[in-house]
Design a protein around this ligand. Structure first.
Ligand SMILES: Nc1ncnc2c1ncn2[C@@H]1O[C@H](COP(=O)(O)OP(=O)(O)OP(=O)(O)O)[C@@H](O)[C@H]1O
Length: 935
């Protein structure tokens, strides 16, 4: 189906962009020249179509774009096509080249003739060439048809005015050509042959040219066609791509639609979800707020907790500190308690009471065998208390310094006993004794057994340990004696032959000094170490009287006494001590009826009880502070007098039996021990060796006296020294004054000597002259031999004028007081330095001999005599003024013999005034005195 397009052209309907379009143009509208344009709009987005141009009656060629749906393509391109261009395209209506025309005349008929050669030639190459690319896309098949004169002129378009003008010009020319062609047709018949021959040549030429041009155009067209093909293909591809894209777009739009639908659903779902979520969010927000609030609260709580933990930590620290303090306080308390106890003990000790330790033995095998029960309660043993349960549910509490139960071993017991051992070495008398019912363990406590040594052994051990410890500071001599009181007799157990039962020498207790009792004749074994001491003790113990009783198989039938005498000397201060350690194992008190003793055992028991009774009496007397203490009622108390009367430190072990059957004896013993504990003996006294002390005291007294004497001597000496120093000072002062005086006198003397000498010389010279005059006068009367006279006169002439001149001058000077002291001094010095100058020259001597009648007169050497006899002292004021000297009354020189001590150094040397030491000046003063004496 074909549609008529504006401008008279028919455009095949349903033209697809990019596809070949055929425009059917009625032949009436085609004037012979048509231009085919590629109306592809390069800016069209979708497709482009073909445009055909119609040369209207006005001579304009209008281009109409058959555009698809693009508005931009609607802007038709209007072109004014030259005839040459139209001709160029006519043979190529078929884009594929299939309808190729051999000649344009064939297809266009008379058109070819209507084409003016000039116009063809005028057609510029660039148009032709530039047209090529424009015709690539749409080859057109032209059909001739009636042209429509009613073709409306193209609408005036903005921007196409210029093209319209140009097009008008061309159309005008084409019209001319058309007219010419019509003339040709009409006149051709008339002048065909004439004009044919003329034009034929021209046409042939033009035709040749056109052919060439055609060839060129063909080539161009081919290029354009190829290009067009390429473009077409590209367009097709593009169209295809576009189509694909459209399809894709469609598909996608569909997909999008489905997606959108889904999305809408999703959206609604999401909206719902969002709503739910927003609800949830609101809830969560609320929860968050709540949580935030809570967190704030928790934060505050944490702060509070931190503060609390800090305060708790502080409290913990405080608690720890308090605990530490409490611990410290506890320790301090325990220390204080201990100290208090010690102090209490010390107070007790100072009070001087006897310390009592109670020890209970365990039930022995027999007692255990008979099922004996214990009557002693040791619950408060640590506090020194024990409770004795009586038969009738009565209890009695006893308090002692220490209580040792049956389980306490020897070591524990000795721990509390050890300080007593040290006290012995410190010079105190110590008495340790064990008291108690027979068979209660007295011997066990004191001596012990193999493997469980008792107090005796351990005390000695401690003694020697401390002695070793104090080595170099103290020196000790230890002697040991062992004796027993058996049947009120003292036996020395160290004597040879003192075996049990053997008759030994009886010993007595004697008082050798105030408060010192001794057993004369007692063997004292010197020991230097523990082994020796123990050996001695064992020897004595073996000799002890032991018997078997009902109560004890090996019952001690005597009081065994070990005496350790300690002589100590402090090597630092020389202090000596004499102390004693009594270690007494008393015989056990027993009820004769109970033990059923008979014979010797009975006698022993009676003596034992008697001595123990005496001990009880003494204790009672001491406890009640009775004036008379019955020490001498028994040998035992007599021996222990020193220990019980106050000088000693006494320790009593009260031994008891745990057996319920022995409660009576136990109570007796404990009561006795309690009484003993209450005794105040007074402060223990150190047993300083008196002899040594007095000797030292004497020595000290002597030394003190010596010191006093020495002090007095030193004092007097110091006083003497002081007075001597004062004297020395005065003498030094005097010496200085005297030295000054002496100097003055010396200078005076010197001057006087010189002057005197001058006087003497002058006098002699005058005398000599006088004599010469006299002699001359005599010669006149009595002529002398010439030789002699000449000789004398010559000598006189030589000597006299000079001496006389000088002397005369000096004398005159002296008289006139014009010569100076210096001159005199120099003169004097000259003469003194040259002794010969002081003497008279030979001529003078001769003169003297002449004066004295030829006999040589002895020159007096003593200047004093000369001065006395000849020379008056020169007036002092004629010389230098003398230095100021103290008046003699003030510094009167002492007598010569006294001066010897105090005079200054000799005049030849200046005095050295020394006020420091007397001795230093003594030498100088002596020499000074000597010089003065010589003077
Ligand atoms: N604390 C104790 N631990 C163990 N055994 C003990 C203790 N005390 C005493 N004995 C034992 O009891 C017995 C009697 O002791 P011991 O001979 O020492 O008594 P005694 O008081 O000296 O008697 P006597 O006065 O008759 O001499 C001994 O066999 C001794 O070993």
């Amino acid at each position: 189906m074909e549609e008529e397009v504006s401008g008279g052209g028919m455009v095949p309907s349903g033209g697809v962009p990019g596809e070949r379009s055929q425009v059917l143009i009625p032949r009436s509208h085609l004037f012979s020249r048509l231009a085919l344009f590629d109306l592809a709009n390069p800016v069209a987005e979708t497709w482009f179509g073909c445009v055909f141009g119609v040369v209207g009656a006005g001579g304009s060629v209008y281009s109409h774009a058959a555009t698809g749906d693009s508005a931009t393509a609607a802007a038709s391109v209007r072109k004014t096509v030259k005839m040459s261009e139209i001709c160029d395209f006519i043979p190529y209506g078929d884009a594929d080249g299939a309808s190729e025309v051999d000649s344009p005349v064939d297809s266009l008929g008379s058109v070819e003739s209507a084409v003016p050669c000039e116009e063809m030639q005028e057609t510029p190459d660039y148009i032709r060439r530039g047209a090529a690319p424009r015709h690539k896309m749409a080859p057109v098949e032209l059909f001739s048809g009636p042209s429509s004169p009613q073709d409306p002129p193209p609408p005036p378009e903005r921007g196409a005015a210029a093209a319209g003008e140009e097009g008008t010009a061309h159309i005008g020319r084409a019209h001319e050509i058309e007219a010419a062609a019509g003339v040709t047709e009409q006149g051709g018949r008339l002048h065909a042959e004439e004009r044919q021959s003329d034009c034929c040549g021209q046409l042939k030429q033009q035709y040749g040219l056109l052919l060439r041009e055609k060839e060129e155009c063909r080539r161009l067209l081919e290029d354009l066609m190829r290009e067009n093909e390429v473009k077409t293909r590209e367009c097709r591809e593009a169209q295809k791509t576009l189509h694909d894209m459209k399809m894709e777009l469609l598909r996608k739009s569909m997909h999008v639609g489905s997606l959108v639908e889904g999305q809408v659903k999703e959206k609604s779902r999401l909206c719902q979800l969002l709503n739910e979520l927003s609800e949830k969010f609101k809830v969560l927000k609320l929860e968050h707020q709540n949580l935030r609030q809570e967190s704030l609260e928790y934060k505050n709580c944490i702060l509070d907790a931190t503060q609390m933990s800090t305060s708790i930590q502080e409290y913990v620290n405080k608690y720890a500190n308090l605990e530490c303090e409490f611990k410290d306080l506890k320790e301090k308390f325990s220390e204080e308690t201990k100290e208090r106890k010690d102090l209490y003990n010390k107070v007790i000790e100072l009070k001087g009471n006897i310390r009592v330790f109670c020890r209970c033995r365990p039930l022995n095998a027999d007692e255990v065998a008979v099922g004996a029960s214990t009557a002693i309660d040791f619950e408060s043993a640590k506090d020194g208390e024990l409770i004795v349960r009586g038969h009738v549910s009565s209890k009695k509490v006893f308090k002692f310094d220490s209580v040792f139960g049956p389980e306490e071993d020897q070591e524990k017991v000795f721990e509390r006993t050890a300080p007593f051992a040290t006290s012995v070495l410190d010079g105190f008398n110590v008495c340790i004794f064990a008291y108690g019912q027979t068979g209660t363990g007295k011997t066990y406590t004191m001596e012990g057994i193999e493997g469980a040594r008792g107090v005796n052994y351990r005390t000695l051990e401690e003694l020697f340990r401390v002695i070793k410890e104090r080595e170099g500071i103290f020196q000790y001599d230890i002697t040991v004696s062992v004796l027993e009181v058996y049947n009120e007799q003292i036996h020395d157990l160290l004597l040879v032959g003192s075996q049990p039962g053997a008759t030994t020498k009886r010993l007595e207790v004697r008082q050798i000094a105030e408060g010192v009792h001794h057993v004369p004749g007692l063997v004292e074994a010197q020991v230097s170490n523990m082994n020796e001491a123990w050996e001695v003790l064992q020897t004595g113990s073996k000799a002890r009287a032991v018997g078997s009783t009902n109560a004890n198989e090996h019952s001690s039938r005597s009081h065994c006494i070990h005496c350790v005498m300690v002589k100590g000397q402090n090597l630092l201060n020389g202090e000596c001590t004499n102390s004693k350690l009594w270690l007494i194992d008393l015989a056990g008190s027993e009820r004769v009826a109970k033990t059923d003793a008979q014979g010797e055992r009975l006698k022993e028991a009676q003596n034992i009880n008697k001595s123990l009774s005496a001990l009880g009496d003494v204790i009672s007397a001491l406890a009640t502070k009775t004036q008379h203490i019955p020490f001498r009622n028994s040998k035992l108390t007599h021996l222990l007098q020193d220990s019980l009367s106050g000088d000693s430190k006494t320790l009593m072990f009260v031994q008891i039996s745990p057996n319920e059957n022995d409660v009576g004896e136990t109570l007796c013993s404990l009561n006795f021990a309690s009484r003993v504990r209450g005794i105040e003996l007074g402060q223990a006294r150190k047993q300083v060796d008196v002899g040594e002390l007095s000797r030292y005291k004497l020595m000290v007294g002597r030394a003190k006296q010596d010191m006093k004497d020495k002090d007095a001597q030193i004092k007097t000496m110091a006083e003497t020294i002081q007075s001597l120093e004062a004297k020395n000072k005065a003498k030094d002062l005097l010496t200085v004054n005297l030295q000054e005086k002496i100097k003055e006198l010396e200078s005076q003397l010197l001057v006087e000597r010189k002057i005197a000498r001058q006087h003497v010389d002058n006098k002699i010279a005058q005398d000599h002259l006088q004599k010469q005059h006299n002699m001359k006068d005599e010669k006149w009367c009595m002529r002398s031999p010439m030789a002699e006279r000449n000789l004398n006169s010559t000598a006189e002439k030589l000597a006299a004028p000079r001496d006389f001149g000088i002397a005369k001058q000096m004398f005159s000077d002296s008289n006139s007081e014009n010569y100076s002291f210096k001159q005199l001094m120099s003169l004097g010095e000259e003469k003194e330095n040259n002794p010969e100058a002081g003497q008279l020259p030979p001529s003078k001597a001769r003169r003297l001999s002449v004066c004295n009648g030829g006999t040589r007169q002895h020159q007096p050497t003593d200047p004093a005599s000369r001065r006395k006899s000849l020379i008056p002292l020169p007036r002092r004021n004629s010389l230098m003024p003398l230095p100021m000297a103290k008046p003699l009354a003030v510094a009167t020189p002492p007598p010569l013999d006294k001066i010897t001590e105090h005079l200054s150094p000799p005049m030849c040397s200046p005095p050295v005034v020394s006020t420091t030491r007397l001795a230093g000046t003594r030498g100088s003063t002596a020499s000074c005195a000597e010089a003065f004496r010589r003077k």
